[in-house]
Write a protein that binds this ligand. Structure first.
Ligand code: ATP
Length: 322
């Protein structure tokens, strides 16, 4: 049997470890593996490369994805997916592992519905994917965010200045909330829970009044008031609010790190589990971890669901900011 493996959407630290696990567990079964270059674009263009055990050596410690990833609008159209199917069949590929986030697994689901066996592996730094409590890349991205927050705290304390730190996550506030908790921020702004800038200003003022020398606000990029919008608001109302916070947008810095132990282990376990699923004929599912156990969730459920924020953790972040 021959299977394909691809990485799609935003790259996430640990994707390489997942590819390696897919390849080596498949080889152990006596299967062969085709790596697909640049996500769904490589499927549509028939860009396949044969992967042996040595081809995936020395990548477990590297961030990004050595197969390349891409956003591919053509795959959203049936015509694009028909071309992809033609290449898969011409190449004798009988099953596919898709390592990626929400959009990518929507693509996996669409391909499955056209009759092709696909297993998804939960991988995105946004952690916005149902079917896995955490996804590959989140932990490393979070560590990068808190390292930045730690550093900003030092300079904020020296100058008694307020800092806004914008983190990634698209429409999901997970990364922002966890970074705020682990980094000890004074306030957090999430896409899921709308907050007015005046409330944030009041939080900052209160933290100075409690004797703090610094004030850090973690802002999710998907919030109604993102970092730039907040800076604009604070500038326009400086007289009344009395603050002009500095903005640091972490952006893609969060993606490119060396994967930490948690992400390597998660990616390794999920990559191997994806191959086991294909072997069992259990396609049309996403493999992820729920309550620390590897679980397979139907892709239909995964793409229809929406991950919610844990309000208890938000309350805890507020309690600990005192
Ligand atoms: P991340 O959130 O980490 O960036 P992602 O997988 O959510 O990862 P997207 O850009 O949303 O990233 O999706 C990646 C690719 O998945 C798209 O470029 C497209 O090729 C495919 N895709 C997304 N939505 C669909 C859809 N509705 N039908 C088919 N394919 C899709």
């Amino acid at each position: 049997m021959k299977i394909g493996v691809l990485t799609s959407g935003g790259d996430a630290p640990g994707m390489n470890a997942a590819i390696r696990a897919v390849v080596r567990t498949a080889l152990r079964r006596g299967w062969s593996v085709a790596g697909v270059r640049n996500g769904f674009a490589g499927l549509i263009g028939g860009s396949f490369v044969s992967l042996g055990a040595r081809d995936v050596g020395g990548i477990v410690e590297r961030g990004g994805t050595f197969l390349g990833s891409a956003r591919c609008p053509e795959f959203r159209e049936e015509e694009g997916r028909v071309r992809a199917l033609r290449h898969l069949r011409q190449d004798g590929i009988a099953g596919l592992v898709v390592i990626g986030g929400n959009g990518s697994q929507t693509g996996s689901h669409a391909l499955c519905q056209m009759g092709f066996p696909v297993v998804g592996v939960a991988s995105t730094i946004d952690n916005d994917l149902c079917g896995s409590d955490v996804t590959i890349g989140v932990d490393t991205a979070l560590n990068i965010a808190i390292e930045a927050i730690d550093r900003l705290k030092v300079t904020a304390s020296s100058h008694e200045r307020a800092f806004l730190v914008e983190v990634m996550g698209r429409d999901c506030g997970y990364l922002a909330l966890m970074a705020a908790l682990a980094g000890g921020a004074e306030a957090v702004v999430l896409p899921e829970i709308d907050v007015e800038p005046d409330v944030i200003a009041a939080d900052l003022r209160a933290s100075y009044e409690r004797g703090k020398a610094h004030a850090i606000v973690v802002v999710a990029e998907g919030a109604r008031y993102d970092g730039e919008a907040l800076v604009r608001y604070f500038r326009e109302h400086k007289g009344r609010l009395g603050f002009e916070p500095r903005l640091t947008v972490l952006g893609h810095v969060q993606r490119g790190g060396r994967p930490g132990a948690s992400d390597r282990l998660l990616a390794t376990r999920l990559g191997a589990a994806a191959v086991e699923q294909l072997a069992r004929g259990g396609h049309g599912v996403l493999v992820g971890t729920i309550d620390n156990r590897i679980q397979a969730t139907p892709l239909g459920e995964v793409v229809a669901g929406k991950k919610t924020i844990d309000r208890d953790l938000l309350d805890l972040a507020r309690t600990l900011a005192q």
